[in-house]
Write a protein that binds this ligand. Sequence first.
Ligand code: FSX
Ligand code: SF4
Ligand code: F3S
Length: 412
Amino acid sequence: MRSVTKRPGDSAAARAPAGTIGAHLARCGVPRRDFLVFCAKLMVAAPFGLALTDRARAADVAREVAKARRLPVIWLHFQDCTGCTETLLRTSSPDLAELILHLISLDYHETLMAAAGKSAEAALHTSMRENAGNYVLVVEGSIPRKDDGIYMKLAGKPAVAVLEEVAAQAAAVIGIGSCAAWGGIPSADPDPTGAVGVDAIVKGKPIVNIPGCPPNPYTLLGTVLQYARDGTLPELDDQRRPKFAYDRDIHEHCPRRAHCDAGRFARQFGDEGHRQGWCLYQLGCKGPDTHAGCSTRHFNEVVDAWPIGIGAPCIGCTEKKLAFRVPMFQVIPIHDVTPPDAYAPIHPPQDPLSIPAALVAGGVAGALLGAGYVASRKFSTVRNDDSVPGDRPSAEAGAGGNGSKEEGDERP
Ligand code: FSX
Ligand code: SF4
Ligand code: F3S
């Protein structure tokens, strides 16, 4: 076990009362630096809308978190791939993964606990008894409801009965991942098990949904830590998602947005537009209709570790109406984009193609020749296409110093 590096007067953790996160961190010798790094990341994940991070500095957030009690958490797995657990533990820094397990008291978690069989069941019931009315139940995976729930059993009981039993004593229930939020992958057509989310089964309890396949772990931690500190949950939207993490859509902060607005679309995987990092809308990107923070809060603390960051279109994994219902590469109609219609004029006359028009025209794309001059200029992907007036894709990208090679170009 590592020793604590103490600096006089800077350790809120060391001064924290027994039973709090601070006291636990001090007892376990968790370095303050790791704790501060975590708090800084929490601030990035929840820049506003979460009472905990409504502070100016990571040290202030650390002080608040240290005061919180270490919440007992029971984590149940149903029909899932364990990706939600993986995302919680696959931080880029092992110290951070270890720290996360110090912040909560994870009393029962099938895939992480050493116990199995009867001793695992005993651990579950001991925690339920000792923490009745005080623990948070985290559910990962969907619940099979068809045919009296016979498609999944734990300790001889249908999953739906286990959920009802454990939720009955919980203070609050969190559905982590899209499977637990509404059914996710297991609920995709033909849905043989009748997969549903937590809120279709559990009634009369505060329920928070944190969809995503997988979701961002900091959304879970921020929610749990706020609840641990003062017993409140963050403000939720109409699908019970914390607004601090789901209030904006991917498209609003997408790094490819400038390409979208300029009408530069990748049209095939591996084509020039794709290699140049252009907008993925024509490849089926659901970002304009998907509420999630992925475009600014990447996974595993690795820059660009998120679908669009690695060149894959967003499949809308946080949206019940999109994920595993609308085919991945199917282009969606655009209902709304921000800014709503067009940028304010700066030097009129402007380019006549409005932003929604650019997107919609991109969708039906090249086929809509009637879109005229602008559309034909923007949607041609044939290099040096002389039939296309104006800038060519390679020329447009070249303005930013792209990799296209012209004759005489010695670049590798
Ligand atoms: Fe997997 Fe979780 Fe997707 Fe589902 O995440 S990442 S299938 S949301 O329940 O384990
Ligand atoms: Fe980004 Fe997708 Fe929007 Fe294009 S359509 S800007 S890739 S979110
Ligand atoms: Fe999911 Fe789209 Fe983010 S697919 S992980 S919401 S970029």
